[in-house]
Design a protein around this ligand. Structure first.
Ligand code: GYE
Length: 306
């Protein structure tokens, strides 16, 4: 009989590994920086890297993993675009004897768990990120009534769920604030701009925009300016990531804060994989620590931004 808790497949010690990295999409600087980080790490970590781009489709991402398994990868690094649709990819890799590390996003914990179906999740604490944005808003908003529009990330993704609960659960504790609308912009600049245009018509009195990532925040700034509003003056714009454009918007006074969510996973992936091959115990969650960027330090970090 099989035990209830299986073990993730082991990783043999080798000089070179065939490594799969199944990217979700490449329509934003965060994703491009992450793929580049894996490509650069391939040189230094002895990887023959197979990198794919699911172009925003969870179904294609599953198919991309299928093809990597068929090509005989030794190890899989997977940022699951959405929590449920990518479960089959994790299960198939496990069945094929390929250890999987989830990077930057997770899967449904009720169905698949670290130390069992996959080795570990490498990534940020998204609840904490949302909380830190809300705390910054509570400290820095000086009006009587904060009318908030929230632009959510990809529906069904772990960062969208957790960045929402982290922010919402914190902001409700201060009676000045009300979230009047919360809609997905799919983590994309264009959709953020379009959704903001629509929501501005329904809620012209909005004075705070919380976007789950910088790309949507930049899109929202464009929509606000088009409508004759002054982001940074009559509307506070806050978000998460730390892209170059967001740091520039902070320097320009249009954005208040962005809590970091680093895309540079390559070196961490190399380190954790080598430890796993050496038989070391890997924690279920290898947590990435995030900084915070405001007008106080944005200029110091823009040169290293992406
Ligand atoms: O914040 C966003 C990207 O999953 C943490 O996905 C990642 C998020 C990141 O598209 O910009």
């Amino acid at each position: 009989t099989m035990s209830a808790i299986a073990e993730p497949p082991p990783l043999e010690k080798k000089d070179r590994y065939k490594v799969g990295f199944a990217q979700t999409e490449s329509n934003n600087p965060w994703r491009i920086a992450q793929t580049k980080s894996f490509e650069e790490t391939a040189e230094t970590c002895g990887w023959d890297l197979i990198a794919t781009d699911a172009t925003g489709s969870a179904a294609k991402q599953v198919a991309d993993v299928d093809s990597m398994i068929a090509q005989g990868i030794d190890v899989l690094f997977l940022p699951p675009r959405e929590e449920k649709p990518l479960i089959p990819a994790v299960m198939k890799a496990q069945a094929a004897g390929i250890p999987t590390f989830l990077v930057d996003r997770s899967v449904d914990q009720n169905v698949a768990q670290a130390g069992n179906h996959y080795v570990s999740f490498l990534g940020s604490d998204f609840i904490d990120q949302g909380q830190r944005v809300a705390e910054w808003v509570i400290e820095n908003f000086d009006g009587d009534k904060g009318i908030i529009v929230e632009l959510e990330g990809t529906t069904g993704s772990s960062p969208a769920r957790d960045r929402k609960s982290g922010f919402d659960d914190t902001i409700v504790k201060d009676a000045r604030f009300e979230i009047v609308a919360s809609q997905t912009g799919d983590f994309a600049r264009d959709m953020g701009r379009q959704v903001m245009e629509t929501l501005l018509q329904a809620h012209p009195d909005v004075n705070i925009v919380y976007a789950h990532n910088d790309e949507m925040a930049i899109g929202a700034i464009q929509a606000l300016e088009l409508a004759g509003r002054k982001p940074g003056e009559d509307v506070m714009v806050v978000s998460i990531d730390g892209t170059r454009d967001a740091l520039q918007a902070i320097i320009d006074g249009k954005m208040g804060v962005t809590v970091e969510s680093s895309p540079f996973f390559g070196p961490l992936a190399c380190e954790v994989m080598q430890k796993y091959a050496a038989g070391e115990e890997i924690p279920a969650w290898v947590k990435v620590e995030d900084r915070i960027f405001t007008a106080e330090n944005a200029a110091d970090h823009i040169d290293e931004a992406y």
